[in-house]
Design a binder for this molecule. Structure first.
Ligand code: TRP
Ligand code: SF4
Length: 404
């Protein structure tokens, strides 16, 4: 497996600009980003080109959606001091890498991605028999690899895209990592580690290649990992040489599966704009209250004195997200004995949701009033992202014989 454990794991994730975000995004994705930004070097971007792969006919709302989404990211605490935030289309290197990768990606790999047929089925009203739509998982691969990201936080539905990325990375390294004189260069690099480490490396490499000893592989990787005196290029060679392949130019990323979001919509289905069951992060408090008061409950509770079953009620799903054990016990007890009314029960979650939203909305107002600030944040993030992306593209061009 061609990963490069010597680099601090870089995290990359993107989100399509769908406009104002809702509680489902918050609990399903953004809370996780806020946590990750303290643990890794994070790159989070607005996938505006991805939006066009399906919504190419609706470009007028795109700009507003992009800024709305960014305000929401900032409002929930995605911190530009910790994470690099940017917009995909401002970093044209994504497109260049996508193009170059398209040269080596078999059509069948793309046709086999499960989302390809699924989404075409699901979005029947759109014509998705386009080149861009078929290629979008490869665009995602380029998004990831142009930063040499090691970890990609995604939901279940996107794991196949990370898997495709790994296959494309392997193919790329196989095709272009075999520079002339690779073995000689690798042997030169081994020497630079010093006598003792060089000997150890060779031993471990032999153990892995001759006996398939994966423990030896791990140890050798850790050894390379700790080398301070060799260049990154040499390190890449030595990682590749270890496994018998060529130089690792594009490392294989791993999916960081986001725990399945338990955040239900107002009707108990998954919260989604297309189901019209959302509470947006900037929903006015009166509106939150109104929406939740009219939420459906266990249909068995027709009258106040009919007992109910929380497991049959979407409000209970909210308690599972928002309430502590005492409150949950109170619901279980009160609902099953008709001791509490549904409005009493809902009131507790209404308060919890409002308490969660209040500071988010306060911050959102500040960013809304200062669009210049948001633009500056994105400008800076884009510059930083481009520096990394440019560097990768230089290596890629060189590997593909395009450095004239
Ligand atoms: N395809 C992802 C989605 O639809 C968004 C995305 C684009 C992405 N590029 C990415 C996610 C790179 C992770 C990494 O949700
Ligand atoms: Fe649902 Fe609560 Fe009413 Fe029970 S009491 S049906 S859990 S809203």
């Amino acid at each position: 497996m061609a990963i490069l454990p010597n680099q601090p794991q870089r995290v990359l994730s993107g989100m399509r600009p769908t406009g104002a975000l809702h509680l489902g995004h918050y609990h399903g994705v953004l809370k996780n980003w806020v946590k990750l930004q303290h643990e890794y070097e994070c790159y989070f971007f607005v996938a505006d080109w991805h939006a066009l792969t399906t919504h190419y006919e609706e470009v007028t709302v795109l700009e507003e959606s992009v800024w709305d989404m960014l305000v929401d990211w900032l409002a929930v605490g995605v911190n530009p001091g910790s994470a690099c935030l940017f917009i995909q289309s401002r970093v044209p290197e994504h497109a260049e890498l996508h193009l170059l990768l398209s040269m080596i990606t078999p059509l069948g790999w793309l046709e086999r991605v499960p989302t390809y047929k699924d989404q075409q089925e699901k979005l029947k009203e759109r014509d998705l028999a386009t080149y861009g739509f078929l290629g979008y998982p490869l665009l995602q691969s380029a998004d990831i690899m142009v930063y040499k990201a090691g970890l990609v936080p995604v939901g279940e539905d996107q794991v196949a895209h990370v898997e495709l990325t790994r296959e494309v990375a392997r193919r790329f390294n196989h095709l272009y990592g075999r520079e002339p004189g690779f073995a000689d260069k690798a042997e030169e690099a081994v020497k630079k580690m010093g006598k003792k480490n060089a000997k150890l490396y060779q031993e471990l490499r032999r153990k892995f290649q001759e006996q398939g000893d994966t423990q030896a592989l791990e140890t050798a990787r850790a050894l390379l990992d700790s080398q301070q005196n060799i260049s990154l290029g040499d390190k890449e060679r030595l990682f590749g040489y270890l496994e018998g392949g060529g130089r690792i130019i594009l490392p294989e990323p791993q999916a960081l599966l986001t725990p399945a979001a338990k955040m239900p919509g107002l009707d108990g289905q998954k919260m989604s704009k297309s189901y019209n069951n959302t509470i947006s992060l900037r929903e006015a408090p009166e509106e939150v209250e109104k929406k939740m008061r009219t939420m459906p409950t266990d249909p068995a509770r027709v009258r106040r004195d009919d007992p109910g079953t929380p497991e049959k009620c979407p409000v209970w799903q909210f308690h599972l997200v928002y309430s502590d054990e005492d409150t949950r016990n109170w619901v279980q007890q009160g609902c099953t004995t008709a001791g509490i009314g549904c409005l009493d029960c809902k009131q507790r979650v209404i308060e919890a949701v409002l308490a969660e939203l209040a500071p988010i909305q306060e911050r959102a107002r500040q960013f809304e009033q200062d669009k210049g600030l948001v633009r500056n944040i994105i400008h800076e993030g884009t510059e930083k992202a481009r520096d990394v992306a440019r560097q990768t593209m230089q290596e890629v061009r060189q590997a593909m014989g395009l450095e004239y």
